[in-house]
Design a protein around this ligand. Sequence first.
Ligand SMILES: [Zn+2]
Ligand SMILES: [Zn+2]
Length: 355
Amino acid sequence: MTTSSTAPSVSSVAAYAAPAANAPLEKISVPRRPVGEHDVLIEIKYAGICHSDIHQVRDGWGEGIYPMVPGHEIAGVVTETGPGVSKYAVGDRVGVGCFVDSCRECEACLAGQEQHCAKGMTGTYNALDKNGEPTYGGYSTHLVVDENYAVRIPDGLSLDVAAPLLCAGITLYSPLNHWKAGPGKKVAILGLGGLGHMGVKIAHALGAEVTVLSQTLSKKEDGLKLGADHFYATSDPKTFEELAGSFDLIVSTVSAPLDMDAYLALLKVGGAFVNVGAPEEPNSLNMFSLIGGNKTLAGSMIGGIAETQEMLDFCARHGLGAEIELIAADRINEAYERVLASDVRYRFVIDAATI
Ligand SMILES: [Zn+2]
Ligand SMILES: [Zn+2]
């Protein structure tokens, strides 16, 4: 059927959910709203497993809404459109990332930074929508979303390797883009996991000279294959001597506390250290580490819709997808344990046909 409709074609869908904080995920049914005027119904094909899914399922951020269907790295195909939809048609390949709505009128929204909406973006899951209904994420067979909060997945990208781009890809693309990683720039990616491996690929494709800073050299071969020019172990104190004053930009994907003064010393004059990983504990630093050398300490959180589209188009042009391990839905709990043990290269992706 290619005609549009406002009738609810899917009202209840299969999903994997945590019934309560810390409980293992299990198969349940969740409601999906009727396809509204500006909505598209997406048949989900793949959903990535992001580290923050595990945090939220285990109520690491508090006030979790249960049952919780995680998943904000979603790739699928449009199967129905509301009558007012103009961006997408049935059969289009689309993605949904970390949020599904925002106020659309604040300064951030108008600037295409919906993730920083003054009224708070509506998370793809573990949030309440405008009607006060809980949102359920991508570990599911279908999703209804406003067309303005979906992005197009270009034909050159397979949907399975595209799914993780919706969080991991944009999380790294946005700071690399903002801080102008490119030819002549020396960029370090700190941590080579789900986020970091996309950082290496994207920074390399942007034309920067890329260094991986990893705890050990165990992933060196991978790092070089992904596009890094250099690879150093941060457990080796000589790394900090050798690389002092080297980088224009360091993007940290690490969520453990860091010796900030030691890392800031690796920046050139005018260099920037950008956090996309979020340590749970506050971090301290000596302000002289920033003052000497006019350095910048910054943060970055995912990206807006327009920049997410730009990232997908960039990745398609450069043939970049995530390195994935495809799993059936009944292996989600096992995959979570492996993510926590850093035993994945580099992203688990759920085949939604198995849900
Ligand atoms: Zn994520
Ligand atoms: Zn807003």
